[in-house]
Design a protein around this ligand. Structure first.
Ligand SMILES: *Cc1c(COP(=O)(O)O)cnc(C)c1O
Length: 451
């Protein structure tokens, strides 16, 4: 097994012009821009310089100094087909040359309409209407607005609250923060500004199921929808629940006449083994949100899908029941072209069998981490592998360790995880998992006691 850190020159893909000038050199644009950029989720006071990436190729990030990193994150779970896939590149290039964008209000273009029809066809059940936006958070905002207005249009006043779950993550905007895990959503920091929702634990036990049932029964008059990530709560820490739990929640929503919004922004497009996670529980949400891997990690695009009965509630002789929403760049032609090309790839080469192999490797290769000091749990689902550690603040140290080993892994909270591109080859995946186990071992033995 050849991991990039040990054998840079063994990779023919590495263009000679990208050979390191001197290792770890900081490009001028990074040095200058770092004084002006404000980074995501970062305490800027002591933020280390991020790794400068000059280009991408397949499952690799190529740093400014020529070093290659095997990508264990797929750029926040988006790059399902790896980077620079020729089919997506050609589709976007063609679209750029023809028409990069036109407004979706009053004008129509082929890419958005084709994509809407394809998404309606490939998602389960009668999720037949597609509303486009540009980011995951906005698609969840739209789903929430749809759910509230659905009830208003049906003449049921006062159904404006949402039920969501601890450990959940649905975005960083104000409405979505209100349905995130209270800590993740910084509910105390923004107390008074965030809508008060009903946030409860996932019903994993019989007793919790009973409590959940009672909650819906007692408060359904005020509840618009339950909103959740099916099977895997991603940003909350790669927390898993069973298909049975999801099926129970769907059935409970049906029993009490509450809508179910499934946020498949992370789980959609093969990540958990099926095209959509909800298929594993054989359930269809009333509203579904998609983004992340929708364009295969090339352009920002999101979609909110509604079932026929939800859409029908917006039909009337009055403009007042219409959905009043319309992001400027909705249905962007470049993004939709990328998404159509990404769907071509999924059709040609369904991700299921690949994800099955990735899952088997992750289970086998990450299992030894269970025995390591400081490790609390190891979790694998589809192409998601996570090692949960005892609380620590060594994230920057870990990132540097991973880069030294030629892989890109970005630990967060107490989690060291991988969500590789779904096309990753066995050798590259082994680089990632051996680095994860090595770094966690090193941390547990040498680092943990310092802190
Ligand atoms: C990433 C994510 C979002 C937010 O998407 P953005 O594009 O970052 O706004 C919402 N829900 C889930 C489940 C996500 O993983």
């Amino acid at each position: 097994m050849l991991c990039p850190s040990f054998c840079l020159k063994d990779f023919p893909s590495l263009n000679m012009t990208d050979q390191p000038t001197h290792s770890g050199a900081v490009p001028a644009w990074l040095e200058e821009g770092f004084e002006h950029i404000w980074l995501p989720y970062t305490q800027m006071q002591d933020a280390p310089l991020p790794a400068p990436i000059a280009r991408t190729e397949g499952c690799r990030l190529i740093m400014a100094d020529g070093r290659e990193l095997v990508d264990g994150v797929a750029s926040w779970w988006t790059a399902a087909h790896g980077y620079n896939h020729p089919h997506i590149r050609e589709a976007v290039t063609r679209q750029l040359e023809t028409m990069p964008h036109v407004m979706l209000g009053g004008l129509a273009h082929e890419q958005a309409y084709t994509l809407a029809a394809r998404l309606a066809k490939m998602t389960p059940g009668d999720l037949t209407r597609v509303f486009f936006s540009e980011s995951g958070s906005v698609s969840v905002e739209i789903a929430m607005k749809m759910a509230v207005q659905y009830w208003i249009n049906k003449g049921e006043k006062g159904r404006s609250r949402f039920v969501s779950f601890t450990g959940g993550y649905h975005g960083d905007t104000f409405a979505t923060m209100s349905v995130c895990d209270p800590e993740e959503g910084m509910h105390s920091l923004f107390a008074g500004l965030l809508a008060e929702q009903i946030i409860t634990d996932l019903p994993l036990t019989r007793a919790q199921e009973q409590e959940f049932e009672t909650l819906l029964e007692d408060r359904c008059d005020g509840i618009a929808a339950v909103v959740m990530e099916p099977l895997v709560q991603g940003a909350g820490g790669m927390l898993l629940h069973s298909a049975d739990t999801l099926a129970f929640i769907r059935a409970a929503c049906d029993r009490h006449g509450v809508l179910l919004i499934l946020d498949e922004i992370f789980t959609g497009f093969g990540r958990t083994g099926t095209m959509f996670a909800c298929e594993q529980a054989d359930v269809v949400p009333d509203i579904m949100t998609l983004s992340k891997a929708l364009t295969g990690g090339t352009l920002p695009l999101a979609a909110t899908l509604a079932r026929t009965h939800v859409f029908d509630a917006f039909l009337s002789d009055s403009a007042g029941t219409a959905l009043m929403h319309g992001p400027t760049y909705m249905g962007n032609a470049l993004g939709c072209a990328a998404a159509n090309a990404s769907l071509d790839l999924f059709e040609l080469d369904p991700p299921g069998p690949r994800v099955e192999k990735i899952e088997a490797h992750l289970m086998h290769a990450l299992a030894p981490a269970r025995q390591l000091p400081g490790v609390k749990d190891v979790r694998v689902k589809g192409a998601i592998g996570a090692i949960e550690l005892e609380p620590h603040t060594d994230h920057d140290w870990m990132k540097a360790q991973f880069i030294e080993r030629g892989v890109w892994i970005r630990p967060f909270g107490n989690i060291v995880y991988t969500t590789p591109p779904l096309v990753i080859e066995a050798d590259d995946l082994a680089c990632i998992t051996s680095a994860m186990v090595d770094v966690v071992r090193d941390w547990g033995i040498n680092k943990r006691k310092d802190g």
